[in-house]
Design a protein around this ligand. Structure first.
Ligand SMILES: [Zn+2]
Ligand SMILES: [Zn+2]
Length: 214
């Protein structure tokens, strides 16, 4: 089963050189958000297959960002998300008090520290069951904004910089993507490898040769 690192390596193989040479951080966030908005537009119009492709492209830009900052996503997920929601410390998550049901002991998931991405998708599904997720498309925009703002603050602060904040923001945003994948009922790892099976989805080369800009 594919690990997060497998997806990162694939991304670096296809896009690493281009990402480093062509784009500054502002570009990376711009494209990451642009493709997320395209995903939302497809989703709104019920174009499910095309929506999932757009989500994969946005994810590739997200990977470019966390790779640049050498963020260890697997380790962060283990610290922050194994066995619980990091905000209310419950599983399933109990953050939305208004929809609180009678508390039900559910036990811990069999594997709270999976090595594969599919395993993480399952754990996140246990912490955040589909019925708890409201405003599915719009919530991701708010989360994207938090993710982006945290990096801006990090870059613009003149004094002591808090690397931990951008690590947390990266992990939390990734978990939002896993929730979306669970809602779409796709396995992100297989979808990602399939989407990029021929290399870059535009020029079909590895490494990418299309010097993408828009
Ligand atoms: Zn919670
Ligand atoms: Zn290309």
């Amino acid at each position: 089963m594919k690990t997060i690192d497998d997806l990162l390596q694939l991304t670096t193989k296809i896009y690493g050189i281009g990402d480093d040479r062509l784009y500054d951080l502002t570009d990376l966030f711009y494209y990451q958000q642009k493709w997320l908005l395209r995903y939302i537009d497809d989703k709104k119009h019920g174009r499910r297959d095309s929506a999932s492709g757009k989500l994969m492209v946005s994810l590739a830009w997200y990977f470019a960002i966390i790779s640049r900052f050498r963020i260890d996503l697997q380790k962060l997920l283990e610290k922050r998300y194994s066995y619980k929601c990091p905000f209310c410390l419950e599983i399933p998550c109990d953050c939305q008090k208004s929809v609180r049901k009678k508390s039900q002991k559910t036990g811990r998931p069999v594997s709270g520290n999976p090595t594969s991405l599919a395993g993480w998708q399952k754990v996140i599904g246990k912490i955040y069951p589909a019925e708890l997720i409201e405003f599915r498309n719009l919530e991701i925009l708010r989360q994207q904004d938090v993710f982006h703002q945290t990096f801006r603050r990090f870059r613009q602060s003149s004094g002591k910089r808090n690397l931990h904040e951008i690590e947390i923001a990266s992990a939390d945003y990734f978990v939002e993507l896993l929730k979306i994948a669970n809602n779409l009922q796709i396995d992100i790892a297989s979808e990602y490898f399939q989407f990029f099976s021929a290399g870059c989805f535009v020029c079909h080369s590895t490494p990418c040769e299309c010097f993408y800009s828009e």
